[in-house]
Write a protein that binds this ligand. Structure first.
Ligand SMILES: Nc1ncnc2c1ncn2[C@@H]1O[C@H](COP(=O)(O)OP(=O)(O)OP(=O)(O)O)[C@@H](O)[C@H]1O
Length: 436
């Protein structure tokens, strides 16, 4: 699996050399120290698993290289940039993080498009581009303030696509290019600037992966000061939640589940290799782009994403996807961020895709369906809860290794991927052959 570090290196992007940050605690006010920590969050040595195969690295590399460069407006032909300062307007910010850099690094003919002085060598040219790009200014947003934008002037804002705890997403049309984009709004004053900046940064810098939503360059606030916002590609279809709900509790089937998981696990493996934990994996945050065949699936919403080992405060909000250790936590208790919480959520999403419903409401022994599962897991009751009956031995193993309260026993995303790709997930159904 290619790490972000490798992507940056491949794209000739220099990472800033700043000290490894201390763990960030949530819910703190934006002090200068905190501001620095938010900007430093991508620094630090990514851990790489020895078992990563060269083949898989190559596969991701190929995926990324085959990922066609696109601007935010999906226009086949990009608008030439008029001036350097125009990079800071939301119109021109409709350039995608990684692919844009990819273009910069690989296409000499785009020189005029990026509006930088001519250089003697390709290396000089690329480094000039780097200096001029907001991409490398990510650690200096205090100097590059969040730009005020007259929304009405730049976009035609249309219907609401979704709401969440922290904000809302609206479909909009970029007036100049007439292309559709999604704007993620964070109402002020409820949203702390540090939270907005952190989410933008994670979203923007994870964009290189083909199974992660594209976030375009630039942090903005509306000119009436009512909201911060950033811009993402628009998903024209639905979230996985809507796709599963449309099946009327039948589930999307084994083949489609495998497709969804190939994409989601690729994205999560990529994040975990960077020591980042998504922390909010759920069907609503998995976007399906095509109408029929689940061939384009992307993970979104990096509002809760944190580095492994960050200390966070637990907020009172339990959902179906929360691991047992989260359901046992009291409000404001401190937790240390761990990849295993994502693995649990993936186990739940797997069940949800296959069965069209959740295995339980809450992973607490007060919730009978969960208690039954735990009793079976701990061998206190030999009877497997009925809802797991249709699953094959291998799929049951996946559940045992994701939905286990012993978080140290949980699989990695890579283990999950290997199991899901290779194995049959449902028991073979014996068809009665009529006897004549
Ligand atoms: N780019 C997009 N295109 C289309 N719809 C989207 C897009 N991004 C998000 N949505 C829709 O909006 C919903 C909410 O988005 P998102 O999860 O990013 O918001 P949030 O406020 O962070 O939510 P949460 O409460 O999960 O933290 C998603 O479930 C999805 O249905």
């Amino acid at each position: 699996m290619e790490t972000l570090g490798r992507v940056w290196n491949r794209l000739s992007i220099r990472r800033p050399t700043i000290a490894t940050p201390e763990p960030v605690e949530e819910e703190d006010d934006m002090t200068p120290e905190k501001t620095r920590e938010v900007f430093q969050m991508f620094n630090g040595t990514p851990t790489r698993r020895k078992s990563e195969s060269a083949h898989h690295h190559r596969a991701i590399l190929n995926q990324m290289e085959n990922h066609q460069p696109r601007n935010a407006t999906q226009s086949p032909k990009r608008q030439p940039r008029i001036s350097e300062s125009s990079m800071d307007t939301p119109g021109s910010s409709l350039r995608r993080n990684s692919t844009e850099t990819h273009v910069f690094a690989n296409r000499a003919h785009l020189h005029s498009d990026i509006n930088v002085p001519a250089c003697s060598s390709e290396d000089d040219r690329i480094s000039t581009i780097r200096r001029n790009s907001l991409f490398v200014k990510r650690g200096s947003v205090t100097m590059e303030p969040i730009k005020k934008v007259d929304l009405e002037a730049v976009y035609t804002v249309n219907k609401q696509l979704g709401t969440g705890r922290f904000g809302y997403i609206k479909l909009a049309e970029h007036k100049q290019s007439k292309h559709r984009i999604a704007i993620k709004f964070f109402p002020r004053p409820q949203t702390k600037q540090t939270d907005f900046v952190r989410e933008y940064n994670y979203s923007f810098f994870l964009s290189p992966h083909q199974n992660i939503i594209d976030t375009y360059e630039g942090m903005f606030q509306s000119s009436d000061d009512t909201a911060y916002f950033f811009v993402q590609e628009f998903c024209p279809r639905a979230s996985l939640r809507e796709a599963v709900e449309a099946t009327n509790q039948a589930g999307i089937g084994e083949a489609n589940t495998k497709k969804v998981f190939a994409a989601v696990l690729s994205a999560i493996e990529f994040m975990h290799d960077e020591n980042l934990v998504h922390r909010n994996l759920k069907a609503e945050n998995i976007l399906i782009f095509d109408a029929n065949d689940y061939s384009k699936v992307k993970v979104t919403d990096f509002g809760l994403t944190r580095k492994v080992d960050t200390t966070v405060k637990y907020l009172e909000y339990v959902n179906n996807y929360h691991a047992a250790e989260l359901c046992d936590t009291v409000v404001n208790e401190k937790l240390v961020v761990n990849k295993s919480t994502d693995i649990w959520a993936l186990g739940i999403i797997f069940f949800y895709c296959m069965k069209g419903k959740f295995p339980w409401q809450k992973a607490s022994i007060m919730c009978k369906p969960y208690w039954e599962w735990e009793q079976w897991l701990k061998r206190k009751n030999p009877a497997l809860p009925k809802k797991f009956n249709p699953f094959s031995e291998k799929a049951l193993k996946l559940f045992k290794k994701s939905l286990t309260p012993r978080f140290k026993d949980r699989w990695s995303a890579k283990d999950m991927r290997k199991c899901l790709v290779k194995e049959k997930l449902l028991k073979s159904v014996k068809v009665a052959v009529p006897y004549y």
